[in-house]
Write a protein that binds this ligand. Structure first.
Ligand code: SAM
Ligand code: SF4
Ligand code: SF4
Length: 369
C-alpha cells in the first residue's frame, strides 16, 4: 500500500486579518532585515514527470489526491496578489509548480503579470521553471506573452538515465529541443538546472558540462535537498558543490566570477577558455538564508516564507472573503515582517528539528522550487 502524504499542514492559516493597515512603501523587511524581492508562484501541483527525488511514483500514484480546480488560485486572483506583492518591493516573479506548462492558458496569466511594474516604473523580471517537455511547443507563445527568461530542469544528458530519473519515459531529446527553441525565441539566457544525486547522476556532471559549454545556456548544479518528506533524503546522496567544481575544473579550467547581485543563490564560475559559465547552488553545504528574499505562493494561495516551512498563510481565504487590497496587502506585510526562517543555516542543529519534527513538511511539487 502506498504511503499517503498530506501536502501541507494548515496551522497558520489567516482567514481574517485585523492588524493595522500598512501603506506599501516599496520595501518590506523581515526580522533579519531581509527585504521581500522575489515571489515564486506555483500554478499547479500536477506534473507529467515523476522525478524520483520530487514526486516518487510510489507516493504520487493514481490514488494521490491532487487539488481540485476550484482550490487553485484563478489567474485574476494570482494577478491581484502579485500586484500587492510588487507594491511591497517584489521585482522578480517566477512561475513554477508541479509543471507550470501544464496549467491551461498560462500565457494569459503571463500577459497579465507582464503588465505589472515596480513602484518606480520598471518592468518585472518574469521567469518560469519547467521540466522542458512542452517547451518546444510553447516557448514562442510564452515569449510573445511577455515572459523574460526560462529555467529548464535537466538531470542527465544520457537518454536511458534521464528516462529513469523522470520515471515517465520522457526522452532527453524533447527537452534539448525545448532549450533550443527557447533560446531562439529570446528567452535568454536559458538556465539549465541539474540536481546532483551522488550515485544516481553524478557521472553526468562532465557530459552535461561538455554539452552546454559554449552554447550560451548557463548550466547550474544544485545540491540535492531535504525538501518535503516523500523523497527519503539522505546526506550521503548529497554531492557538495565544491566537488562538482573540482570535477569539471580537472577537464575545463574554471575561474570564479563575481555574483550579479548580493541575493544571487548561485556561485558563478567561468571557463578559462571563454566557453561561458556554470553555476553551483550549494543549498546544503553553504546556506544562503542571510540573503534570502524569496516568498512562495502555493497553488491554492498559501504564502510560505521558506522552502522548508511546514505551514503557509492562507491568502486565498482573504481573497475569497471580500477583503480589500489594503487588508490583504497589510496581511502580507505583517506576515513578512514576522519572518525569521533560516532552515538551511540551522540544518543539523537542534533548532532545525523544529522544522523537521513536523512530519507534514510541504512537498516541493506543491510549493515549487
Ligand atoms: N516541474 C518544474 C521543473 O522541474 O523545473 C518546476 C517545479 S520543480 C519542483 C522546480 C525545481 O526543483 C526543479 O529544478 C527540480 O529539479 C528541483 N527540485 C525538486 N526536488 C528537489 C530536491 N529535493 N532537491 C533539490 N532540487 C529539487
Ligand atoms: Fe515534476 Fe519538476 Fe518535480 Fe520533476 S522536479 S517531478 S518535473 S515538479
Ligand atoms: Fe530561504 Fe528557507 Fe532556503 Fe534559507 S532555507 S535560503 S530561508 S528558503
Amino acid at each position: 500500500m502506498s504511503r499517503r502524504i498530506i501536502p501541507v499542514a494548515d496551522v497558520s492559516a489567516v482567514p481574517a486579518f485585523s492588524g493595522p493597515v500598512q501603506t506599501p512603501s516599496g520595501v518590506l523587511r523581515d526580522t533579519l532585515s531581509r527585504p521581500l524581492r522575489d515571489l515564486r508562484i506555483s500554478v499547479t501541483d500536477r506534473c507529467n514527470f515523476r522525478c524520483v527525488y520530487c514526486m516518487p511514483r510510489a507516493v504520487f500514484d493514481k490514488d494521490y489526491a491532487f487539488l481540485p480546480h476550484s482550490a487553485l488560485l484563478s489567474f485574476e486572483e494570482i494577478e491581484r496578489l502579485a500586484r500587492l506583492f510588487v507594491a511591497h518591493g517584489v521585482e522578480k516573479i517566477r512561475l513554477t509548480g508541479g509543471e507550470p506548462l501544464l496549467r491551461k492558458n498560462l500565457e494569459f496569466l503571463i500577459e497579465r503579470l507582464a503588465r505589472l511594474t515596480t513602484p518606480d516604473g520598471r518592468p518585472l523580471d518574469l521567469t518560469l521553471t519547467t521540466n522542458g517537455s512542452l517547451l518546444a511547443r510553447k516557448a514562442r507563445s510564452l515569449k510573445d506573452a511577455g515572459l523574460t527568461r526560462v529555467t529548464v530542469s535537466l538531470d542527465a544528458i544520457d537518454d536511458t538515465l534521464f528516462r529513469r530519473m523522470n520515471d515517465a519515459d520522457f526522452a532527453v531529446g524533447d527537452v534539448l529541443e525545448g532549450i533550443e527553441v527557447a533560446h531562439a525565441a529570446g528567452l535568454t539566457p536559458v538556465k539549465v538546472n541539474m540536481v546532483v544525486k551522488r550515485g544516481t547522476n553524478d557521472a553526468e556532471i562532465l557530459p552535461m558540462a561538455r554539452h552546454f559549454k559554449g552554447t550560451g545556456s548557463v548550466l547550474r548544479f544544485i545540491e540535492y535537498m531535504d525538501v518535503g518528506t516523500s523523497n527519503g533524503w539522505n546526506m550521503a546522496e548529497v554531492m557538495p558543490s565544491a566537488e562538482v567544481v573540482t570535477r569539471i575544473a580537472e577537464h575545463f579550467p574554471l575561474v570564479p566570477l563575481e555574483p550579479h547581485s548580493a541575493a544571487e543563490t548561485a556561485q558563478r564560475w567561468g571557463y578559462v577558455d571563454g566557453g561561458g559559465e556554470i553555476g553551483v547552488i550549494s543549498s546544503v553545504t553553504r546556506a544562503f538564508c542571510g540573503t534570502c528574499t524569496r516568498a512562495r505562493l502555493s497553488t491554492e494561495g498559501k504564502l510560505y516564507l521558506c522552502l522548508f516551512a511546514a505551514a503557509g498563510h492562507d491568502l486565498r481565504a482573504l481573497l475569497r472573503n471580500g477583503s480589500s487590497d489594503a487588508v490583504i496587502g497589510s496581511a502580507v506585510a505583517h506576515i513578512w515582517q514576522g519572518r525569521r526562517d533560516r532552515y538551511s543555516e540551522l540544518r543539523g542543529s537542534s533548532a532545525a528539528t523544529l522544522y523537521a519534527a513536523d512530519e507534514r513538511r510541504v512537498e516541493m511539487s506543491y510549493i515549487g522550487g
